[in-house]
Write a new protein. Structure first.
Length: 266
């Protein structure tokens, strides 16, 4: 079995004090368990990238939640791919549904960002997913295919090799209700088919599920075919919960750390 991948997306949460506590808790709890066989990434907000690096175990990779579609120049407030590279980011999330909806990011902009990340040698994490309305209208398949095809058309299928796609149904994000196992299975199979039709095998692209993933549902979700790991929002803010999800991704029975972690956790 290939190595699973778990990435925490902190969104606009945290502070210097909170992050320091999170890192201390994570390291402390990590002492009681072996985290081999799972790759872990953390995506804090931009301002905390450099302070987080030395606080994390070296095996944990840093990621950014977004990147500018431009490389340099008069783009106030933007953060370039070269800056992220300098800050030792390994992953860069592109096309998160919150940016698609709130910042009106189009498939074309997202494809441009994806291309910059992949040309810079960092690992893009392309988020795709349907809204509740699209789901009710039976458009899930066409939306997912369109969002992935936009990247293939703009960057070439080869640019996805070594990359990550996260299927995140918009209606499952931050709601506490994850997608049904059957729906995750069906959509991940659909993505695999689309990738395979473009010459990409199962080991070429990691497929993550995201949307209310938590310690209570992670084992069953990770056991589904074509699920290589998870993109975790809310549950990644608690070091103990995040670690439990990472342990579930390892694929072997484990002692839950959440309970013993309560007294340490923020
Ligand atoms: P959630 O967020 O785990 O809080 O649902 C997932 C995400 O937005 O990546």
């Amino acid at each position: 079995m290939k190595q699973r991948l778990v990435i925490g997306n902190w969104k606009m949460n945290g502070s210097l004090a909170d992050n320091t506590l999170w890192a201390a808790n994570f390291r402390h709890q990590l002492k009681s368990c072996a985290l081999t066989g799972v790759e872990i990434g953390i995506c804090p907000p931009f301002p905390y990238l450099s302070s987080m690096r030395p606080m994390l175990p070296s095996s944990i990779r840093l990621g950014a939640q977004d990147v500018s579609s431009e490389c340099i120049g008069a783009f106030t407030g933007e953060v370039s791919i070269n800056m992220l590279k300098e800050l030792q980011c390994h992953y860069v999330i592109v096309g998160h549904s919150e940016r698609r909806a709130r910042m009106r990011e189009t498939d074309a902009t997202i494809a441009k960002k994806f291309k910059l990340v992949s040309l810079a040698g960092l690992t893009p994490v392309l988020c795709v997913g349907e809204t509740q309305q699209e789901r009710q209208q039976g458009e899930t398949e066409s939306v997912i295919i369109r969002q992935i095809q936009a990247v293939i058309d703009a960057c070439g299928a080869g640019s996805l090799r070594g990359g990550v796609i996260a299927y995140e149904p918009v209606w499952a994000i931050g709601t506490g209700v994850s997608a049904e196992l059957g729906d995750i299975r069906t959509t991940h199979a659909l993505i695999r088919e689309q990738l395979s039709a473009n010459g990409l095998g199962p080991d070429d692209v990691a497929l993550l599920y995201g949307g209310s993933l938590k310690p209570g549902n992670s084992e069953e979700i990770f056991s589904l075919p074509n699920v290589d790991g998870g993109l975790i929002g809310g549950a990644s803010l608690k070091a103990g919960e995040f670690l439990d999800i990472c342990l579930a991704a390892r694929g072997t029975p484990h002692n839950r750390v959440t309970d013993i972690a309560q007294k340490y956790d923020n």
